[in-house]
Write a protein that binds this ligand. Sequence first.
Ligand SMILES: [Zn+2]
Length: 129
Amino acid sequence: MNDRFNQLIQYNTSGLGCWLTIIFLAIFLGSVGLGWIVNGFLILLGFLLVAPILIIWGVQWWLKRNLVQGECPVCNYEFTGFKNTEFSCPNCSEPLQVISGEFSRVTPPGTIDVKAIEVNTLSLDEETD
Ligand SMILES: [Zn+2]
């Protein structure tokens, strides 16, 4: 009897055996008068089936609300970012945030941008050569 039970557990690893065990257990428990366990299990199973759908639906809904597609104000690179978070432009790595559905720079206004200008300096030595 004990060995048979162990075989049954080993069967659980294969898909079909698993379902057969569940059906067998349901019939067995129902006949013994523990139908409520079966009901509880079916509710749990139903919940397990519905939960991922609800989670996926919830995540999609959340993403639609929180994902913002826009252009980087610095390099005009178009990408998607999250609302209420600070992130960097994947193209120019400028720190950005979403303000009223558009990307704007994190650097506070009033910050003066200093652009580095390449100055070609020719040394006197090179000129003379
Ligand atoms: Zn950028």
